[in-house]
Design a protein around this ligand. Sequence first.
Ligand code: KG4
Ligand code: ZN
Length: 336
Amino acid sequence: MKILAIESSCDETAAAVVEDGRTVLSNIVASQIDEHKLYGGVVPEIASRRHAENISGVVEEALSASGCTMDDIDAVAVTYAPGLIGALLVGVSFAKGLAFAYNKPLVAVHHIAGHIAANYISHPELEPPYLCLVVSGGHSHLVEVKTHTEFRVIGRTRDDAAGECFDKVARTLGYPYPGGKHIDEESTKGDKNAYKFPHPKLSGCEYDFSFSGIKTAVINLMHNSEQRGEPINKSDVAASFQKTVCDILAQKLMLAAENLGYTDIAVAGGVSANTGIRDKISRECKKRGYKLYMPQFKYCGDNAAMIGAQGYYDFVSGKRADESLNAVATLSLEDI
Ligand code: KG4
Ligand code: ZN
């Protein structure tokens, strides 16, 4: 069955046609990053306007690139939560209109479930249950994927998301938004043991994360050296920061896998494109004989193919939305 999927939760207007949850027939992403870059981050009002301008063309392009017309489409899937409310509303309204006009079923997809489902595209053999680390610009979660449509969040960030921390540190080092990939590139030139940044000590849930202390430590290091007029090697700072984040993410993921008995492990979200994270988690999984699933780079960041993949499993499990569907800015993966 073919699903037309729409994603507009942040700063990418995206549409895709996905067959049976695993085969991507088209995947169109119109990024607004160049405009938001001027402001150092996503401006919600601008995001909504650009989505409204782009969505019709992006959906048309996704259909034509897939060689399909609306007659070939079995259902329309759309991201309805979580995200920027005005941005989500554009996708939700457009999807509702399309489903209503062409008399197609409508499926409402949770954005984080979509990130996780990106792995089904890249790994046709992957089936739940497995443990997934979801790291994006807005979220850092450790998730037990019980079935394709049932999730248990066992760990989350207490403050900044991993991607947010990468972006803030990147800004301090002078890189444009979004800075995660610049830190990644810079890291390859630096010494990852040059600086020691703190591993946060958290009471309570042993799978929770905290990134604000590391971010503050990097900012303080940069400001202090600037005030003293001491030169600082940006590559060393980037590499040391990235190593600290990678070590923490890998350590929590391995701890949860050992305690809960998972041997199938996945990563997802924009930050899962980070080469240090992919490398560190690959090595840790290999040591323990775990099987690791990672999305292809093009499916790590926001896209609609992942929404089409999850939309398929939501559809098959009987989930349907109607014309009363609304966008939701904040919604736990466990409450869908
Ligand atoms: O999943 P995503 O596209 O959007 C959200 O749902 O938030 O994630 C975007 C985040 C940004 O913070 C971006 O800097 C980060 O993913 N990112 C990276 C890399 N590529 C993207 N962070 C670290 N290393 C990368 N290579
Ligand atoms: Zn995302």
